[in-house]
Design a protein around this ligand. Structure first.
Ligand code: ATP
Ligand code: MG
Length: 259
């Protein structure tokens, strides 16, 4: 076993294909994600970015190919052979668009439930939650405060609040690899800046963050590396400046009013 060169965990995708109704939407030969602190996954609508993230999480099955996790300690895990619910226990976490728990629980309880779910395979026991509350409450309150939640005992109302809570949930899980699918879409500019700042910190602390985002300011400011996808294929992976200036990227994406 050899550890990854950069000391962080990375995902390798080999020969991965996915079709819907006979149409190929992802066809990735060989791609490493997570060899930089924060990596952007960029491409036009329908390029296959979300589908690729779902394939990594094994929330949809691959038609062909493998996804492996290469941990910083040198161990390798074949994610594409594991059920989706085991990803978290291997340190691989993805943001989720809709969390129904947020509608029924207080903000604080929904965060505790998220942490509890990551630690116990059996259904949640109340005594365990008490222990977790003692361990995590300060951290949860810190993040809630940071994102401007004034009352942890309220129930999240707006879509924006739920989105932020999902980011807090991801942070609490201390992932080795974190996949974020449009984390700042629909958020106000000042909140977007806060989200970018925690993502940056997380990357610097050793998490490999992979982020899909159409807000290009976020990509150019935040990412150390960018992978460009179109029509299901990876066309390029390079530093943000090179991607930004590449004629294919301009033609297929930036030129269409995204620049
Ligand atoms: N469950 C599904 N059933 C059928 N087609 C699907 C399904 N999921 C995705 N697709 C199709 O696969 C293609 C890739 O979709 P995907 O959502 O991965 O693109 P994307 O790059 O995330 O786009 P966007 O930037 O708009 O979010 C699209 O043509 C989409 O319509
Ligand atoms: Mg998408």
């Amino acid at each position: 076993m050899t550890s990854t060169e950069h000391g962080r965990s990375e995902i390798r995708i080999r020969g991965a294909k996915k079709s819907f109704s006979g149409r190929v939407v992802v066809d990735v030969d060989d791609l490493v994600l997570g060899d930089a602190a924060v990596e952007g996954l960029l491409g036009p609508n329908g390029a296959g970015k979300t589908t690729l993230m779902r394939m990594i999480m094994h929330s949809i099955p691959l038609d062909e190919g493998t996804v492996t996790l290469h941990k910083a300690d040198g161990s390798t895990i074949t994610l594409s052979e594991l059920p989706a619910h085991q990803m978290m226990s291997h340190g691989v976490v993805k943001s989720t668009q809709v969390i129904s728990d947020f509608d029924q629980l207080t903000i604080l309880d929904s965060m505790l439930l998220a942490v509890a779910g990551s630690r116990h395979e059996s259904p949640l026991r109340w005594s365990a939650e008490k222990e977790l509350a003692a361990e995590y409450e300060d951290e949860i309150r810190h993040y809630l405060d940071y994102f401007g939640f004034t009352d942890p005992n309220a129930i999240a109302g707006s879509a924006g609040e739920k989105k932020l809570l999902d980011i807090v949930r991801c942070l609490l899980l201390k992932p080795e690899v974190l996949l974020l699918d449009e984390p700042t879409a629909g958020l106000p500019e000042d909140v977007t800046q806060n989200v970018m700042s925690v993502i940056r910190d997380l990357g610097e602390q050793g998490t490999s963050v992979v982020i899909v985002e159409h807000d290009l300011d976020v990509i150019w400011q935040l990412c150390d590396e960018v992978t460009f996808m179109a029509e299901g294929r990876v066309l390029m992976k390079s530093d943000p400046e090179t991607i930004r200036g590449d004629s294919t990227v301009v033609e297929k994406y930036l030129g269409a009013g995204h620049g």
